[in-house]
Design a protein around this ligand. Structure first.
Ligand code: COA
Length: 197
């Protein structure tokens, strides 16, 4: 497959939000909220434009990933910058052909080149373990509430890069959206009807 990875431009935003919506719709809950999260994350100070990447195939956008900065605060009140990625999605027609893998690996290499140390995220362990993600407890990183569980993971961008980084993880507040926010966002746009798909 002759795919190209490039940065997202403002004129891609609508098309990318449609792609995210199509990929996440009814997968983890009825409907989805990830298209709104992406919309808000791009406006956040934590957004990392250098890691806002798309995959195209014959000029069609078929995949996307975006990153935000987050912090891990240790018991002494020191903040350590880490990255968080997501949403990440590949159009359902093009899934399970290595596109997600290429996008994640490319962006992780770029993140290291940009000087970041590691990534912390919530996601499917089944999928993320192949990229080196481990239970965040392996690094002494907990959720904001001090918890650990399988779906809360972290990875070092190079061995040892997260040495000294431990504490509670605070993702960007733009990740938190309400069902009402989603309803309003859906009303504000002419999103296609996916209910029957
Ligand atoms: C998750 C997603 C981005 C993966 O993209 P993709 O292009 O389908 O992934 P790849 O083809 O690179 O998959 C690589 C491997 O992971 C496996 N895999 C893919 N999706 C998986 C999933 N959801 N859970 C577990 N394993 C998965 C594939 O079988 C493949 O394994 P293999 O290399 O041994 O054959 C894509 O399926 C998607 O958009 N899903 C809906 C949105 C979503 O769930 N995003 C992630 C949120 S945590």
């Amino acid at each position: 497959m002759d795919i190209i990875i490039r940065h997202e431009e403002e004129e891609d935003y609508l098309q990318v939000e449609n792609l995210i919506r199509e990929a996440f719709y009814n997968i983890y809950k009825p409907g989805c909220e990830e298209h709104l999260i992406a919309h808000r994350l791009r406006q956040s100070e934590a957004f990392v434009p250098e890691l806002d990447l798309l995959v195209t195939l014959d000029d069609e956008i078929i995949g996307q990933i975006l990153y935000t900065r987050a912090r891990v605060e240790d018991e002494d009140g020191h903040n350590h910058t880490v990255l968080c990625f997501g949403p990440v999605s590949v159009h359902p027609r093009h899934q399970k052909r290595g596109v997600g893998r290429k996008l994640i690996e490319t962006s992780m290499d770029l993140a290291w080149a940009l000087g970041y140390k590691g990534i912390v995220l919530y996601g499917s362990p089944l999928y993320y373990h192949q990229f080196g993600f481990k239970d965040a407890s392996a690094f002494g990183i907990t959720t904001e509430e001090g918890e650990n569980f399988e779906a809360f993971m972290a990875v070092e961008l190079k061995p040892g890069a997260l040495d000294g980084v431990h504490g509670r993880f605070y993702p960007d507040p733009a990740f938190t959206v309400t069902p009402e926010d989603v309803v309003e966002f859906e009303r504000s746009r002419a999103f296609p009807d996916l209910a029957q798909d």
